[in-house]
Design a protein around this ligand. Structure first.
Ligand SMILES: NC(=O)c1ccc[n+]([C@@H]2O[C@H](COP(=O)([O-])OP(=O)(O)OC[C@H]3O[C@@H](n4cnc5c(N)ncnc54)[C@H](OP(=O)(O)O)[C@@H]3O)[C@@H](O)[C@H]2O)c1
Length: 287
């Protein structure tokens, strides 16, 4: 890949940089010479990132005022321009669909979809004015195949994919490119954060699924790679760099073998057979 002439002119705002993919991409892009604004929602994380040498802003996707303040702060420092937005911050809400209370599903959408859209819509006018820009959505393999006990997360990422596909059509000719990254298992704090949300929001004791939950709980608590073919977050960084530096970024970027596998199976298999494969995987992982 060709290195850009002057990436320092290119400011990139990233959400969810307290850990995992966001942190890795923030550091990686900064090392590559980009002007990175690494955001996190908690004050202590903002402080930590700052002492780590990153330029930071506080941004909580659940809070419109926080989104507005963060955008204002970034634009003030860049003189009103922004090359790219990496919509990365999100969490997974585990639990069977029939155990999802309305407010639990709403919370999942507030962060993964509504906050992300609100931020994006604050940035689009900036990019339209300047006539260029990159919007990168961190989706998931679970943005196009469903897995049992991940309904809330599946729904939020499927919705993100739909919204992004529409947005891409509407931005045609604007100079703004919108790409989706679809990672499979990546090393991060995702599982530990999902476990917290499971405990917070799912009444496991009273559920018909309680025995599965017991196994799921143990799986989420297990140290080490979450699943076979897990890759480090640098695998996502590579795709982000490609999107930022190629003249024509692709619409979708698969990351990890499972994403390739399920992408292919989804195209080839009839629905009921794909269901059998996905069901078998869920049964095995929650044994
Ligand atoms: N890890 C995987 O296997 C995997 C696979 C496919 C897709 N992804 C996607 O990759 C992205 C990054 O996840 P990760 O794996 O790096 O997990 P992670 O380590 O848990 O990082 C998630 C980040 O999102 C932030 N976040 C959560 N709620 C937020 C909110 N309301 N406002 C702003 N930030 C918020 C978290 O901040 P706090 O620390 O404050 O909670 C954290 O910084 C997510 O979009 C996820 O869906 C991950």
């Amino acid at each position: 890949m060709k290195k850009m002439k002057n990436p320092a002119d290119r400011a990139v705002l990233i959400t969810g940089c307290s850990s995992g993919i966001g942190l890795c991409v923030a550091r990686g892009l900064q090392q590559r010479g980009y002007r990175v604004f690494a955001s996190a929602r908690k004050a202590e994380d903002v402080q930590r990132l700052r002492s780590d040498g990153l330029t930071t802003v506080q941004l909580d996707l659940d809070d419109s005022a926080s989104i507005q303040a963060a955008v204002d702060q970034v634009l003030e420092q860049t003189g009103g321009t922004l090359y790219a937005l990496f919509n990365n911050g999100a969490y997974g809400q585990p639990g069977a669909v029939e155990d999802l209370r309305r407010e639990v599903l709403r919370a999942q959408f507030e962060t993964n979809l509504f906050g992300t859209l609100e931020l994006t819509n604050r940035i689009i006018p900036v990019m339209r004015r300047q006539g260029y820009g990159r919007i990168i959505q961190n989706s998931s393999v679970l943005g196009f195949v469903a897995m049992a006990y991940r309904g809330a997360y599946n729904a939020s990422k499927f919705a993100l994919e739909g919204l992004t596909d529409t947005l891409r059509l509407e931005l045609d000719g604007s100079g703004i490119h919108v790409s989706l990254i679809e990672p499979g298992p990546i090393t991060s704090h995702f599982r530990i954060n999902a476990r917290t949300m499971f405990h917070r929001h799912i009444d496991a004791e009273r559920s018909i699924h309680r025995s599965t939950y017991l196994a799921m709980e143990q799986r989420l608590a297990k140290p080490g790679p979450a699943a076979p073919f897990t890759l480090p977050p640098e695998a996502v960084l590579k795709k982000v760099i490609h999107i930022l530096e190629s003249n024509r970024p692709r619409v979708r970027y698969y990351v990890t073998f499972p994403t390739w596998l399920f992408g292919t199976l989804k195209r080839l298999l009839p629905h009921h057979l794909l269901d059998r494969v996905l069901l078998r995987i869920s049964q095995q992982e929650n044994r």
